[in-house]
Design a protein around this ligand. Sequence first.
Ligand SMILES: Cc1cc2nc3c(=O)[nH]c(=O)nc-3n(C[C@H](O)[C@H](O)[C@H](O)COP(=O)(O)OP(=O)(O)OC[C@H]3O[C@@H](n4cnc5c(N)ncnc54)[C@H](O)[C@@H]3O)c2cc1C
Length: 463
Amino acid sequence: MTALAPLTAFADELRKKLPAGAVLAPGEPGFDEHRLAWNLAFEHHPAVIVKPTDGGDVAVAVGHAAEVGLAVAVQATGHGVIRPADGAMLIVMTDVDDVVVDPENWTARIGAGAKWQKVLDLATAVGLAPLLGSTPDVGAVGYTLGGGMGWLARKYGLSADHVRSIDIVTADGVLRTASPESESELFWALRGGGAGSLGVVTSIEIDLVPVTSVYAGNLLYPASMARDVFARYREWLPAIPDELTSSVCLMNFPPIEDVPEIIRGRSFTIVRGAFIGSDAEGEYLLRHWRRWRTPELDMWGRIPMAEIATVSNDPLDPMPAVVTTEWVDDITDRLADILTRAVFEQDGPSPVLFAELRHAGGAMARAPEVPNAYGNRERRHLLEAVGIGFDAAAMARLEAFLGQLRADLSSHVAGGAYLNFLEGDEKVRRASEGFDDAAWERLRALKAELDPGNVFRNGLPLG
Ligand SMILES: Cc1cc2nc3c(=O)[nH]c(=O)nc-3n(C[C@H](O)[C@H](O)[C@H](O)COP(=O)(O)OP(=O)(O)OC[C@H]3O[C@@H](n4cnc5c(N)ncnc54)[C@H](O)[C@@H]3O)c2cc1C
C-alpha cells in the first residue's frame, strides 16, 4: 500500500458525505489554486482541501477529520496566515459568503467566507456601514476575530466589539451558537482571541453603524519633513474628537504602473484619516495642517463610505508581504527618527514599503458592554510596518530588517501586540502579547476544554 492510500480512502469517504466538488485531494484540478494564500509568503501543503457550502458541511468535515486525528486549518482569504496548513485538512470558506443586511435592526449576518467588500456594498446601499479596516478585500470574519481596527474605530470601537453572535463548529464536530446568552465563554474568547484555534466560525452577526459618508483623505508632505510632521501630529491629537481616526504613514510608493504617475516611485510623509462629521468641522480640524505648511498633495474631502478604501488604497493583488507591529504611547522625536531612518534613509531603496502609526484610543479604549478577550485597549498608537520580498533572500533580509527595527524601537514602545498585524512565526511567538495575563490563561483553559487533541493547531497557539 502506498503512503497516499489511506488519505485517498479518507478523501473518498468524505466525498460521500459532502456535496460534489467539495473535497479536493492533492493533484486534483483546483487543488493548487485553492491552497494559495493572498500573502504569497505562505504556502499551504494540506493533505486535503474542503470547500463547504454551509455550516453543516463544515460540521461533517471537522467530525470526519477528528475521527482520524487529522489537524484542521481554516482560511477565508489568506491575508493573515498564522501557520501553513501542511499535512492538515484545509477548510477554504470562500463559498460560505452569504451576507444579509437587516436595515431595521442595523445588523448584518455574514458568512465566514465573505470579504468586507460584499458587506460594505449591501450596507451602504441602505445608509449603513460595517466597521471594516483599511481594505475591503480581507475576510470580515478573520478580521473581526483578531480585533479589527478601521477608520471608524475611535468613534465606534473595534469590529470585535460589535458582534452579536457567532456560529462555530468546534473540534467535536458540533455546530454551536456563541452569544451573550449561550456559550458565553466561547463568545468572550472568539472576539479578539479566536483566530483559527477554537473552531471554524461559519457566520457572525454584527452591528452596522449609521455612517453614509466621511470627510477623509491624505495630505502628502515630502519624506524629508517626517520629523516635523510627527511633531505637528503630536500637537494635533489632544484637541481632536473621537469622530476622527487618523494616522501618519511614511510611504515609499513603488515604481510600478498601478501607482499614479504623480507619486510613482516617490516617498512621502502622509497624514491620513477619516472624520465623521460635516465638511465645515472637517475643514476646521484640517486647518492645523493647511495653515502650517502646504502639502504637495491635499486629497482630504467628502467621500461616500462605499469608497472608504480610497483612504489607504491598499493593494488588491496577492503579494509576498512581511508585517510587524508595536503599540506606542508617546510619539517622541527619537521614535520619529528611528522610523524615518528605517523607511527613508537607507543606502538604496528601503526594504520597508511603509510604516504607519495609527491613532487608537476613543471607543477602542472602552470595553464593550459584553466584555471580550481583546487586550491592549489602553494603548494610544498602533504601529504597522510592511515590506514586500519577491524571493527567499529578499524575505530573509526583510525579516531581519524588521527585527532590527523592532530592536531599535524597543525602549520607545509600550509593549503588547495587535494580532491582526502579525503573521507566521512572529505571530506564534508573540500571540500572548495580544492579551493580559488573565485573559491569555482563560483562553488556554477554554482551548484545553474544547479542543484537547489540538485539532485546530494552525491558528493562534493556545494549545
Ligand atoms: C492589505 C491589508 C490591510 C489590512 N488592514 C487592516 C486594518 O485596517 N485593520 C485590521 O485590524 N487588520 C487589517 N489587516 C489584517 C487582517 O485583518 C488580518 O490579516 C485578518 O486576519 C485577515 O483575515 P482573513 O480572513 O482575510 O485572512 P485569513 O488568512 O484567511 O485568516 C486569518 C486568520 O483568521 C483565521 N480564520 C479565518 N477565517 C476563520 C474562520 N471562519 N473560523 C476560524 N478562524 C478563521 C485563520 O485561521 C487565520 O488564522 C490588513 C491586512 C492586509 C493584508
